[in-house]
Design a protein around this ligand. Structure first.
Ligand SMILES: CCCCCCCCCCCCC/C=C/[C@@H](O)[C@H](CO)NC(=O)CCCCCCCCCCCCCCC
Ligand SMILES: Nc1ncnc2c1ncn2[C@@H]1O[C@H](COP(=O)(O)OP(=O)(O)OP(=O)(O)O)[C@@H](O)[C@H]1O
Ligand SMILES: [Ca+2]
Length: 595
């Protein structure tokens, strides 16, 4: 046996086979020995990927069962699986049971492995605040948490406070108002809507504490320290899929346990001097806005409501006039058509960290670099704005690829999670077959940007205005116009254009939300009476912001680079992870890692 503070080496048995096991600080490995004591196969696990070390013979599935013995210990670690065909890298719990020649040696192994875990995985969470939406997706949130997630947290020694939500926005309000001392992160069990609640809570809380106004689009917001974890249990699970590569509760739980940390760009959406919402995946006008508005009527269909509404909206063949202003990002750094993908360890994103936080002279407990000095008013609008005017089928802005099971490569396959930019996709009016081709290319290997009526720009900010006279004020005088939630009487006796906009920021934010919900319900009721196909074609659409309808047509969007951090690491490349057996052709045959 060889041992020092950071190293331990000895013979161990796994089943009937003898191994030489070595712990050298960062790695724990065991090598099969043959009868002549020659090395055969080696298994090596990074200490950062150990989930737990237990004395005795410990089974975990179907449930935890411990058989106390003097000479055994059981190691739980991350095990990767690739199903192939670009379906992503799944993580499961690996289990190896070791037998030692003596109790003393067993105790040394257990102590040394646990010490290594503490020393080399400092960013693991110890205490988490978990919000379960019992009604999200297929309503399986509670079951998913209690059967798959909670036992793993327990095994990893993570304590939790669990809140099963009873109303929308409860999780957001909890994070904004309650004492969060002692929590290392917040976790949602639900879909993109639940994630959005956590996002708004965490960003809002951080800005409150920093004394910054979310309403001013020129303010450099304070990056958030509290990590967000997502256990997918929703309809689309786009944020989970685009940051992990799969929507699998166990994979996500294991990323949370090991304290993975993925920075994420966030887009703030403003209307005049009012903050409206944050988005990470889609700020969409036209098709995606209409699909969301339509889908509200079919909530009872569950996740299928989007496909059904998608068909209805497609058949209604609408397009909308408007003017789009955008601030291009530096085209030297990357481009939405450079055929690269943002994978775990992406160079474009890590170089962006240095660019976004140039005076990074402190390191947080999570190991991420933070600037100690933020310039709250350094101009975010440097550069020349460009303008595109016309009639659009859809306008989409996405801070990341927005890949999801419906679209395995997403709205913008080469977008980056944390480069401080978003991709603006403009789809001009075209014949239905052209638009169908565009949509269909989201599901196959063809380039959806290689169409004459589609353009894509990498941007830092975007502004949209509907044609003059077609804004909210105009809509209010035209009860038949439909299309925008602001056209509806929300029963409050106030309007965006005519109401009092001088209230407190908090009051205004509350009213924005109220209007969104009320407007959506009214619109759904009207649509039910009319039907989408016989309706007069509206002149304005509605904005879809990560699955929420916005009550304003005229908006300004600004990208805030790496504003939040998720317990994730980006999408792992199957080609690299699974020993090259799958090949790069799985990614549309045209995507390469950005180096
Ligand atoms: C011919 C097949 C075409 C398939 C086209 C698939 C395009 C899929 C693009 C997915 C983009 C997801 C963006 C993520 C948005 C999330 O932040 C948000 C919150 O969860 N989800 C939605 O707003 C929910 C939006 C959901 C949008 C789904 C659109 C489905 C369209 C189906 C169109 C069928 C046309 C068929 C005509 C015969
Ligand atoms: N207890 C609750 N009752 C009603 N609504 C809730 C509750 N808890 C959360 N919500 C809201 O439900 C919405 C949808 O939830 P969630 O995202 O989990 O599921 P989803 O069906 O997948 O929706 P999405 O289409 O947004 O992915 C969220 O916007 C959230 O604010
Ligand atoms: Ca980005």
């Amino acid at each position: 046996m060889d041992t020092d503070a950071h190293r331990l080496e000895s013979s161990l048995w796994v089943g009937r086979k003898r191994y030489r096991a070595v712990l050298n600080g960062w790695h724990f490995s065991w090598t099969l020995l043959d009868k002549q004591n020659r090395d055969r196969k080696t298994v090596s696990v990074p200490v950062s990927e150990l989930i737990g070390v237990e004395e005795g013979q410990v089974e975990f599935q179907p449930q935890k069962k411990v058989t106390e013995t003097d000479r055994d210990f059981t190691v739980f670690s991350i095990k990767r699986h690739c199903k192939g065909g670009g379906s992503g890298v799944f993580w499961t719990l690996g289990r190896t049971q070791f037998y030692c020649p003596s109790r003393d040696l067993r105790d040394r192994w257990v102590t040394q492995l646990r010490n290594a875990l503490k020393t080399h995985s400092p960013s693991r969470p110890h205490r988490l605040l978990v919000f379960i939406n019992p009604f999200g997706g297929k309503k399986r949130g509670r079951k998913i948490y209690h059967s798959l997630v909670a036992p793993l947290f327990e095994l990893a020694g993570i304590s939790t406070h669990v809140v099963v939500t009873e109303r929308a926005n409860q999780a957001r309000d909890h994070i904004l108002k309650k004492d969060l001392t002692g929590f290392d992160g917040v976790v949602c069990v639900g879909g993109d809507g639940m994630f959005s609640e956590l996002l708004h809570g965490v960003i809002g809380r951080t800005q409150q504490e920093a004394g910054l106004s979310e309403h001013d689009p020129t303010v450099t917001l304070q990056p958030c320290d509290l990590h967000i974890g997502i256990i997918p249990a929703g309809s689309t699970d786009c944020v989970c899929f685009a940051t992990v590569g799969v929507n699998d509760p166990v994979t996500s739980t294991l990323h949370i346990i090991i304290g993975d940390s993925q920075p994420l760009d966030v887009c703030s959406v403003h209307h005049t001097s009012l903050f409206v919402r944050y988005s990470v995946s889609l700020v969409g006008y036209g098709f995606y806005g209409d699909v969301l508005a339509e889908s509200e009527r079919y909530r009872w269909m569950g996740p299928l409501r989007y496909d059904f509404s998608g068909c209805m909206v497609f058949l209604s063949n609408r397009s909308y006039r408007g003017k789009v202003y955008f601030l291009p990002a530096d085209s030297q750094l990357s481009s939405p058509r450079d055929n690269t993908r943002c994978f775990a360890g992406c160079h474009v994103c890590s170089e962006s960290t240095e660019r976004l936080f140039p005076q990074s002279d402190s390191i947080s407990h999570t190991g991420f670099l933070y600037s100690t000095q933020y310039s709250q008013h350094s101009s975010p609008w440097e550069g020349e704005w460009e303008t595109v005017e016309g009639e659009f089928k859809c306008i989409s802005l996405t801070c990341m690829s927005s890949c999801c099971p419906r679209s395995p490569l997403g709205l913008s396959p080469s977008a980056h999670l944390a480069d401080g930019t978003a991709d603006l996709i403009l789809v001009r009016d075209t014949h239905p077959l052209g638009f169908l081709t565009y949509l269909h290319r989201h599901t196959n290997s063809q380039d959806q940007f290689d169409l004459p009526f589609v353009e894509v720009h990498r941007v830092k900010a975007v502004r949209f205005s509907p044609p003059p006279g077609e804004d909210e004020a105009e809509q209010l005088d035209d009860p038949d116009s439909g299309g925008t939630v602001m056209a509806e009487d929300d029963g409050q006796g106030e309007t965006a254009a005519g109401g009092d906009w001088t209230g407190s920021a908090q009051h205004l934010s509350a009213r924005v939300q109220e209007r969104g919900v009320v407007g959506t319900k009214k619109r759904a009721k009207r649509d039910f009476l009319c039907g989408p196909c016989c309706r007069r074609s509206p002149s304005v659409s509605v904005w879809n912001c990560d699955g929420e309808l916005l009550p304003f047509t005229e908006v300004l969007c600004r990208v805030h680079g790496q504003l939040v951090r998720l317990f994730a690491r980006g999408i792992e490349e199957e080609f690299v992870t699974c020993n090259g057996t799958l090949g790069k052709k799985n990614f549309k045959g045209r995507y390469i890692t950005h180096t």
